[in-house]
Structures are given as structure tokens and as C-alpha cells.
Design a protein around this ligand. Structure first.
Ligand code: ADP
Length: 398
């Protein structure tokens, strides 16, 4: 690696020796596992991927053609980074939206737009915009400003303890509390209110949770991946199964809601739409305007993965087929735990694909995932067996 610039503003740029001059340069804001998997697809497509990482040991750094160290919340860092790439995209949405918006106005190619990212950043904005567009969402109430009296009044109206959510800053269940204790929920809401607007929601009766990935290119062409079942534990996705167990009618309803949501958000690239399946129908949970955990199975399971289609979309290339390559696919997340790991044992499982994100180990952290595709229900059993060999802290529910 060659150090090209010591410090420019607060971004220090380090470049790997590259013989890829002349290729389209894709800049990914964020150096996490999504950027890493985008990097793997970028290599296959012959695109040159740069990441704006926060640390030199972020997951994507070792697969990127080049990287910069800086903050996604700092407008100067984003500006410097955008200046060195042809197209800028994101591996997470916790970015300075005003800076992204003015960079687009200045002519930089940035996908998704700040307007689309806003839906994913601010839960309150998302809920309000979706209600205005008649998308079914859980009953909710925005506490701005917060008061215990308003909290109690909404809990009385529901007749149960509300789910408490931070407007922004949460992910993987951080910033969300689903509790049966009114006092615990109120304390959590009050504490959140010091730093963010508080959103309260009815605790919906979940038959299941599903997700749909919609990809939209720069010309408005759109493809969708099939509906998948997702299972969360403490707010973190644990496993994803294709196909969803939904009835054909409910699947069609989920796809229709996801497509309408995608029209409203208007994101170029991948939009992941997370949905609640309830006895009274499909409700929108939330959206993410980037590749998503619910789409990792598409790396092995689909003709074109979500990562490749995201890169195609933001680069102005034609979208690829989202057809599945097998009747079934199961993806299980590898969550850091104290259990011993046995890589050889895992890799001896037929058809098991391992994705190790190269992250430093920490209990409760998503460190990788495994995926198995095939024609029968053993795919799920094999995926879980692999995850257990690899010491996942996620709990199996077979
Ligand atoms: P995050 O933004 O951190 O991903 P979510 O808003 O998706 O958090 O919530 C995480 C999980 O909490 C959901 O997948 C679901 O299992 C549960 N949850 C969230 N909101 C509700 C709700 N209104 N009713 C029931 N469960 C909910």
C-alpha cells in the first residue's frame, strides 16, 4: 500500500497500488460488512471500489481497491471523498444528509439521494410520510416534546405497553425496546428523549416478519427479489429463509406494499422493505436504502446478488435477473459468542457457504454469515449446524 496524502482536512487517504486506472470508481461511505460484500461484487464487475472507513481495520478495507479514513457525519470528509470517486453510495445511512444533498446539487453522482436516505435515518419522518401515502403501519404516536403524561395516555389508549423507538441513531435493535413492563418502557423513552424524538408504537401481533428487496436503477427500472422470512432476536436479524412461508395471497400483498413503498422512497439502488405479518394484514416496519441482511442469501441463491444489482443500479448499468437458483435458501448470522469454533467442522457440511467479515471478535457482534441453498428443507438444518460449528451466539428455533 502507498500513502498518497497524509492529511487532507481530516480525511487521510491511503491507496493500494492499483493497476485499475480508467475503471469506474465507486465510493462507498462506511467500511462495514455491506461495503465488503459490495467490494467482492465490484471486483467481479471490474469496478474499482473505494471506501470511506472510520478505522483502518473496518471490514471492507481489505477488499477495497483504496480507502480513506474519515467520518460519514462530517461534511468535509464526505466532500473530499466524493471528489475522488465517480459515484458515491452507502453501507449505512447514519450520514450527514445536508452534506449529501449539497454534494448532489453540486453535480456529484450520489445514490441513493439524501431525500431517500432520510426515510431510513428518521423513523418519525418515515412513519409520517407512509401514513400520508396510505401505507399500512402500526398505530403510533410521536412524543415531541416528551412527557410521562403523554406516554401514559398513549399506553392507556392502546391498553398495553407501547414499543419505544428512537427517531434516529438506532440499528440492530439498539434504540428499540419491546417490553412488557410499563415502567421499563417509560424509563427507556424518557432516557431516549434527551437525545432524540421518541416514537411509540402499538406492539403488533406478529405472525411473522418478512422482507422484500426492491432494486431501482437510475432510469426508474425496477426488479424485486422474492419475499423471505426473517427472524429477529433482541431486535437483531438471526436468520433468513427463502421462500417465505406466506400464502401466495399474503406474498402478493407483501410485494405490492414493498413496491408502493419503493415508489414513495424513490431510492436508486437496493431498498430493503421490512414488513410485519399480522392477522389483519401486512404492515410496514421499516426501510433501509442499501443492501440488507435479509438479502445476503442472494449471493448464492440468485442469478444476480443484491450487492451486484446495487452496484449495477448506482453505476447506470442494466439490472440483473433476480430469479432464484434453487428452491430453497437459508442464511444464518454468525453472532460473536464465547462458544468454541470449528472451521473444519463447518466446512465439512455439504453446500455450506461461509462469509467471514474479517471483523474483530466481540460478543453479540455480527461477524459473518453462512448460507446453504438446495431443494429441500435440509438447507436450514445445515445452515444452523454450520453456524453452531462457527460458534454463533444466535439461538436456533428449529
Ligand atoms: P431496528 O431499526 O433497530 O432494526 P426495528 O424497528 O426493525 O429496529 O425493530 C426491531 C425488531 O423489534 C423488529 O424486527 C420486531 O421484531 C420488533 N418490533 C419492532 N416494532 C415492533 C412493533 N410495533 N410491534 C411488535 N414488534 C416490534
Amino acid at each position: 500500500m502507498v500513502l498518497l496524502g497524509s492529511k487532507t482536512g481530516s480525511v487521510s487517504v491511503v491507496m493500494k497500488v492499483s493497476q485499475q486506472q480508467g475503471r469506474l470508481r465507486i465510493g462507498v461511505v462506511g467500511g462495514g460488512q455491506l461495503a465488503r460484500m459490495l467490494g467482492e461484487s465490484a471486483s467481479a464487475l471490474g469496478l474499482r471500489l473505494s471506501v470511506l472507513a472510520q478505522r483502518g481495520d473496518d471490514a471492507a478495507v481489505e477488499v477495497a481497491a483504496e480507502f480513506a479514513i474519515g467520518s460519514p457525519q462530517d461534511g468535509r470528509d464526505l466532500t473530499l471523498f466524493a471528489g475522488g470517486v465517480d459515484v458515491m453510495t452507502f453501507d449505512h445511512e447514519l450520514v450527514d444528509l445536508d452534506a449529501v444533498s449539497s454534494l448532489s446539487t453540486d453535480g456529484h453522482h450520489i445514490y441513493p439521494s439524501a431525500a431517500a436516505l432520510r426515510f431510513a435515518v428518521h423513523k418519525v419522518y418515515q412513519r409520517s410520510a407512509m401514513v400520508a401515502a396510505n401505507i399500512p403501519v402500526p398505530r403510533h404516536c410521536i412524543l415531541a416534546p416528551y412527557s410521562d403524561d403523554d406516554f401514559d395516555a398513549f399506553a392507556d389508549l392502546l391498553g398495553h405497553v407501547p414499543v419505544v423507538k428512537a427517531d434516529h441513531g438506532g440499528y440492530d435493535g439498539r434504540g428499540v425496546l419491546v417490553s412488557s413492563s410499563l415502567d421499563e418502557a417509560r424509563d427507556f423513552a424518557r432516557a431516549l428523549s434527551a437525545s432524540t424524538t421518541v416514537l411509540l408504537e402499538e406492539a403488533v401481533e406478529l405472525e411473522s416478519e418478512v422482507a422484500v428487496i426492491v432494486v431501482t436503477d437510475r432510469h426508474g427500472n425496477q426488479v424485486t427479489y422474492p419475499v423471505v422470512d426473517t427472524r429477529q432476536e433482541s431486535g437483531m436479524c438471526v436468520e433468513v429463509n427463502f421462500p417465505s412461508a406466506l400464502s401466495p395471497a399474503r406474498s402478493a400483498e407483501a410485494l405490492a406494499v414493498a413496491r408502493r413503498v419503493a415508489e414513495i422512497v424513490g431510492a436508486v439502488g437496493v431498498l430493503a422493505v421490512e414488513l410485519f405479518v399480522t392477522p389483519s394484514g401486512i404492515l410496514l416496519n421499516e426501510v433501509a436504502a442499501r443492501p440488507h441482511n435479509s438479502g445476503h442469501w442472494t449471493i448464492e441463491g440468485s442469478v444476480t446478488s443484491q450487492f451486484e444489482n446495487h452496484l449495477r443500479a448506482v453505476s447506470g448499468l442494466p439490472l440483473g435477473s433476480t430469479d432464484a437458483l434453487a428452491a430453497r435458501a437459508s442464511m444464518v448470522n454468525l453472532v460473536g459468542s464465547d462458544s468454541p469454533t470449528d472451521l473444519a467442522g463447518a466446512l465439512a457440511i455439504p453446500g455450506l457457504h461461509l462469509h467471514d467479515y474479517g471483523k474483530s471478535w466481540a460478543v453479540g457482534r455480527k461477524l459473518g454469515h453462512v448460507c446453504v441453498i438446495g431443494d429441500d428443507e435440509s438447507v436450514r438444518v445445515r445452515a444452523w449446524k454450520g453456524a453452531e460449528f462457527l460458534g454463533t451466539g444466535a439461538a436456533r428455533s428449529l
